[in-house]
Design a protein around this ligand. Structure first.
Ligand code: AMP
Length: 424
């Protein structure tokens, strides 16, 4: 076969998935609005140095998955398609002086992201995340707010069995010592580890807990857990979050080996998981505190927390459970016409009907009226308005299969609107 195909990992979304994607996105914005999170639209590309600094050069996202764009013209800067939204949100927080606003600054976005990863079900090179960030509050209360917001969003979409897997990944005070403990634990098994995991052992042993390679998974099972190595402040924070979550209507499971893929996380880290889904598909989203990121990007030290929920995974889960929302049907009213030269008139009347709140389309063909009526029935229309040669209109009720006498326009349009209101 010749011709173009969509690039690997970049999908077309057709119905019913396109509607489901839009619905989950609308619900995300609505959940954020209801909780007082300000909407923010961020550019789809940033300086690649932003991601290198924020996400960390050793992370997969930057070392392997970043789509860089060649500098153009006088612009000496290399841009990259965003692989996550947090770095851009923090960049915006600093750039627009949001520190002078009441803290925390609550921000929400729905963002298309790009990662050069091996495509498979639930993992694409372009995907969409619902992103929540609360910047400027270090207390455990905001952790509860953010964790609950994501869980409630998923529950209200119908994914009622969502679980929160919760951990603390410590801070700059306590994590380094734990990382060394972890390195010491994995070092005797270094020869059995894959090449990638051996380099993780050298550069970022925490990531070994995230590895899917059998040797690392086996060794990780007996690894020391970070919750036994937290400093007093991190332990107190974690205890407060754990206790607070007990009062929220969501299943919370302690996950002492949970680490998040990015380097910038501190303290609270969690994932939203659906039990019983295969592989990564049950991983709907995750979040964490990132108390050092604002400073790392050049701002004043400011604690922050956020989550990212994958809309594509949400849609897959809804599909697997038969919970996809209904796709909008065809138009309720079709405007047909006897004479070929009435097409413009039909389009105008359909526009009038839509302006009055009905769903309507014109039959823009020059085919015979019988064929036009067949087309309307096929579309599931409730009524047809026929433009007569003398300019009057005839209303045909497709549900009751009856037809009125031709009449003046205003009256017929009003009658059609009443009809679809009663029968729609
Ligand atoms: P992350 O930003 O990697 O922590 O991922 C957060 C959530 O985004 C995951 O739980 C997924 O739901 C979603 N996600 C991450 N990467 C992809 C991808 N390549 N394709 C589709 N969804 C993804």
């Amino acid at each position: 076969m010749s011709g173009f195909q969509s690039p690997r990992g970049l999908r077309d979304l057709l119905e019913p998935l396109a509607s489901a994607h839009g619905w989950a996105t609308d619900r995300a914005w609505a959940a954020a609005d209801a909780a007082g999170y300000a909407r923010i639209e961020l550019p789809i590309a940033e300086e690649s140095a932003l991601f290198e600094r924020a996400v960390g050069g050793t992370s997969d996202i930057v070392s392997k998955e970043l789509y860089r764009l060649e500098p153009r013209g006088d612009d000496a800067i290399t841009l990259a398609l965003r692989p996550e939204a947090t770095a851009g949100a923090v960049r915006a927080y600093i750039q627009h002086g949001m520190r002078s606003q009441p803290q925390p600054v609550r921000l929400a976005t729905v963002a298309q992201l790009f990662r050069y990863d091996r495509p498979q079900k639930g993992r694409y090179r372009q995907f969409t995340q619902f992103d929540i960030e609360a910047i400027g509050d270090g207390g455990p209360g905001i952790d509860l707010e953010v964790i609950e917001l994501g869980a409630a969003y998923l529950r209200e979409l119908g994914l009622t069995d969502v679980q929160v897997h919760l951990n603390s990944v410590g801070c700059a005070t306590c994590r380094p010592a734990y990382v060394e403990t972890l390195r010491a634990h994995f070092t005797p098994a270094a020869q059995e580890l894959s090449e990638v995991d051996q380099s993780r052992l050298a550069t970022n042993p925490l990531r070994l807990l995230d590895s899917k390679e059998p040797a690392a998974v086996k060794r990780a099972a007996s690894a020391p857990v970070i919750t036994d190595h937290l400093c007093a402040d991190c332990a107190a924070h974690h205890a407060a979050v754990t206790a607070g979550l007990a009062t929220i209507g969501v299943t919370v499971l302690a996950a002492p080996r949970l680490v998040r893929g990015l380097d910038y996380y501190t303290r609270t880290a969690w994932e939203y998981l659906l039990p019983g889904e295969q592989g990564q598909q049950g991983a709907l989203g995750g979040g964490g505190r990132y108390d050092g990121l604002v400073e790392l990007l050049g701002g004043t030290p400011t604690p922050a927390i956020g989550f990212a929920i994958g809309i594509d995974r949400v849609v897959l889960a809804l599909e697997a459970r038969g919970l996809l929302p209904a796709v909008a049907g065809g138009p309720a009213i079709v405007v047909a016409g006897i004479e070929p030269d009435s097409v413009a008139d039909r389009v105008a009347i359909a526009g009038q009907l839509r302006a009055a709140g009905a769903s309507a389309r014109a039959d823009v063909s020059t085919r015979k009226i019988g064929k036009q009526l067949e087309g309307a029935v096929r579309d599931g229309a409730l009524a047809v308005i026929i433009v007569e040669p003398d300019g009057r209109l005839t209303l045909r009720d497709l549900v009751k299969a009856n037809q009125a006498e031709p009449a003046e326009r205003g009256g017929v349009i009003a009658a059609a609107l009443r009809l679809v209101q009663n029968e729609g």
